[in-house]
Design a protein around this ligand. Structure first.
Ligand code: NAP
Length: 249
């Protein structure tokens, strides 16, 4: 009898969907993808899908035991730090092997003027020395970090409306990538942006703003990713994750 691996993919990213697609025709693997349920009309991967939180690390550990899951691939967004921490705790508790699939971060090239910082408050502390008109693409959460900068103007782009306190002088742009270079150039020009704040999400979908900033000699404040919990295996490509998934340790 062939061995069947029951795999949980923690998703919400293009990589997670591509992994579910790659494993869809794999006879030795039965996949269930999990989505947080934040997006009203999510793009669903092939295979079984469950939606909604597990109820913390304990809830996830219970779920893994109940569903007799053999392996977990955490393919969440690089900044979904809570889910990644919960997955590490839950998999250790349930004795289930875990792999993190994380796309590589961005790398500066000649002509870039990047300042790497560890947090949004650290980004906010730098801004007054760098510019007056700030383009922020760090997501809708934690914009309170910029609320005290009353002399600066902010263009905030996010998929959903911000939560909590926001900058006092702010224009909101609700939009979802991918973003093309022409559009990013035009946006920076139209709003006379002189500094960009972004997270090191990596990938190609939202990278054009970095090229546009380089061309315009606009400094970039790059918020570093949260670290992956210790002793958790990490790969950067869907192919590597697919190979691991059909034969987990
Ligand atoms: P987070 O802060 O790390 O997680 C918050 C809580 O949401 C988790 O504790 C968990 O609830 C639930 N959750 C997160 N991902 C889940 C998943 N794949 N399946 C089931 N429950 C999940 O995560 P986040 O930053 O809010 O991101 C939520 C989702 O959006 C993730 O799937 C992520 O891949 C995707 N996403 C995030 C970003 C981003 O910028 N953060 C960007 C693009 C896509 P319980 O504790 O109840 O289990």
């Amino acid at each position: 009898m062939p061995v069947l691996t029951r795999l949980l993919i923690l998703g919400g990213t293009g990589e997670a969907r591509r992994l579910a697609t790659a494993l869809a025709g794999e006879p030795g693997c039965r996949v269930v993808s999990s989505l947080a349920g934040r997006v009203r009309v999510p793009v669903l991967p092939p295979g079984d899908v469950r939606i909604g939180g597990f109820g913390g690390a304990d809830g996830l550990a219970r779920w893994l035991r109940d569903k007799v899951i053999d392996a977990v691939v955490d393919a969440t967004h690089p900044f979904a730090a809570r889910m990644t921490a919960n997955a590490a705790t839950a998999c250790a508790a349930a004795g289930v092997p875990l792999l993190v699939l994380r796309r590589p971060g961005w790398t500066a090239v000649p002509g870039d003027d990047w300042r790497r910082v560890g947090s949004l408050p650290a980004a906010a502390a730098l801004l007054p020395s760098l510019g007056r008109r700030v383009f922020v693409t760090t997501g809708r959460r934690d914009l309170a970090a910029f609320a005290g900068l009353a002399d600066l103007w902010f263009l905030v782009r996010s998929v959903d409306p911000p939560e909590g306190l926001v900058p006092q002088r702010m224009q909101l742009l609700l939009d979802r990538g991918p973003f093309a270079l022409d559009g990013e150039r035009a946006l920076l020009r139209e709003h006379r942006v002189d500094v960009l704040v972004t997270r090191d999400s990596g990938g190609t979908m939202t990278a054009a703003k970095l090229t546009a900033a380089r061309e315009g000699a606009i400094p970039v404040v790059m918020v570093e990713r949260p670290t992956v919990p210790p002793r958790v295996a990490v790969v950067t490509t869907v192919d590597e994750a697919a190979r691991w998934a059909v034969r987990p340790p």
